[in-house]
Each structure stands twice: as structure tokens, then as C-alpha cells.
Design a protein around this ligand. Structure first.
Ligand code: TZP
Length: 211
């Protein structure tokens, strides 16, 4: 059994989650709808608050065997006992991240395009987050969308599983599955949705029907 399943990757954003009952309620409903992995991404939060939220999230996720990934902060990951860390191109380097976290922890790295992928050291990484594939309103500095063609370029060279991110909806998720990505990562298609459980079920089904 692989250590993690990227099929439906929820990136929990505290602000957007407010509209769907808050962080915990959004996570609970998303788990009921079938999310396979969850990231806590709270660039606006202080580390203490993030660590407390991560611990609370683990009480929902760990019993279901769903890994919790912490965005950017290795110390928050270690303190909360989360299963992994995700780093972007301007965060800790994969080398430094691996120095801090043990080999059994999951390390994810953002690769915005083929050039960024080629700049990574695959032996240090467990998966890549690739995108934005489509334009997104959830990350101001996300950069230009690479489209399905850009995603396919990355997939052709990546030596690890790749989860596509950026502007993914149930309407375009089949294209991501058909392109051969290992999963879809979403913020706004889950956080803030009126029925998060149903939204998760629909997204997973849409992604899988493209595979
Ligand atoms: N990284 C690249 S795009 C993005 C992140 C964190 C935001 C994705 O959010 P949404 O709402 O699913 O487009």
C-alpha cells in the first residue's frame, strides 16, 4: 500500500472555510465525502494557532488514516505530529526541509512548471504539487496558469506522483484525470462550499471518470 493517496487533496484555508462552518467542520465534511489527504495552509496565522489547529485536525484525520500535511512550517509539522510538510519554491529548500524532518515523513514540493521541476532534487521529495493549472483566486502570487498542456509536460518528466492544483472544479477535474495526474488539490472547490461533503463526492467522481 502506498503511504498516501493524492486522489482528492484538500488544501484547508481558514478564511475560505469560515463559510462552510470553520476549519474543523470543513475537514469533517470533506472526510465524509472522500478526501484522501489534507493540507493545512494558513500563511496568515501565527505558528501557535496553526499548531493547535493541526493537532485538532489530526483527531479527525488520523483515525481514518488520512495524512495531514503542513504548509511551509517544519516546526509546526513536528510539534503537531502531522504526517508531512509541503514546501513552495520560496519556502525552505527540499534539502533543508529533509534535514529537519525524518525520511518517514511525507515531503511535497510545488513545481509551477517544467523549469521548476527540473530544478528539484527528486531523491528528497515524495510528491509534487503542480500548477496553477487553471487560473485561481485563492493565491495572489500563484503565477500564470500552465493549462493541461503544461501539466502534461511536467507529468512526462516527474519521477514522483503529481497532484494538480489551481482553479480545479468538478467541471474540469475529468481533464486532470485524463492528463494522467495522480490527483486534484483544491481550496475553493471545497472550502466555503455550502455542502462540502457533496462537493467532495462530486469532485472525486469527476476526477476518477477522467482516469
Ligand atoms: N498553489 C497553486 S494554486 C493554489 C495554490 C495554493 C490555490 C488553489 O486554490 P483553488 O481555490 O483551488 O484555485
Amino acid at each position: 500500500m502506498p503511504r498516501f493517496d493524492l486522489s482528492l487533496y484538500l488544501v484547508l484555508d481558514p478564511d475560505q472555510s469560515e463559510r462552510s462552518g470553520g476549519l474543523m467542520e470543513t475537514a469533517r465534511a470533506a472526510v465524509a465525502g472522500g478526501v484522501t489527504i489534507v493540507q493545512l495552509r494558513a500563511p496568515q496565522w501565527k505558528k501557535r494557532r496553526m499548531t493547535e489547529a493541526a493537532r485538532a485536525l489530526r483527531t479527525i484525520l488520523a483515525p481514518k488514516g488520512i495524512p495531514l500535511i503542513i504548509d511551509d512550517h517544519a516546526d509546526v509539522m513536528l510539534a503537531s505530529g502531522a504526517e508531512g510538510l509541503h514546501v513552495g519554491q520560496e519556502d525552505l529548500s527540499a534539502e533543508d526541509a529533509r534535514r529537519l524532518i525524518s525520511p518517514d515523513k511525507i515531503l511535497g514540493l510545488s513545481a509551477g512548471n517544467l523549469m521548476e521541476l527540473r530544478g528539484t532534487r527528486p531523491e528528497l521529495v515524495d510528491y509534487y504539487g503542480v500548477g496553477p493549472v487553471f487560473s485561481t483566486r485563492s493565491k495572489a502570487d500563484a503565477g500564470a496558469a500552465i493549462g493541461i498542456a503544461g501539466l502534461q509536460e511536467v507529468l512526462a518528466e516527474a519521477r514522483h506522483p503529481c497532484v494538480a492544483i489551481g482553479g480545479i472544479t468538478k467541471e474540469n477535474a475529468p481533464q486532470i484525470g485524463a492528463a494522467g495526474a495522480d490527483g486534484i488539490a483544491v481550496i475553493s472547490a471545497l472550502c466555503g462550499q455550502p455542502d462540502v461533503e457533496l462537493a467532495a463526492r462530486n469532485l472525486l467522481q469527476a476526477y476518477r471518470c477522467g482516469i
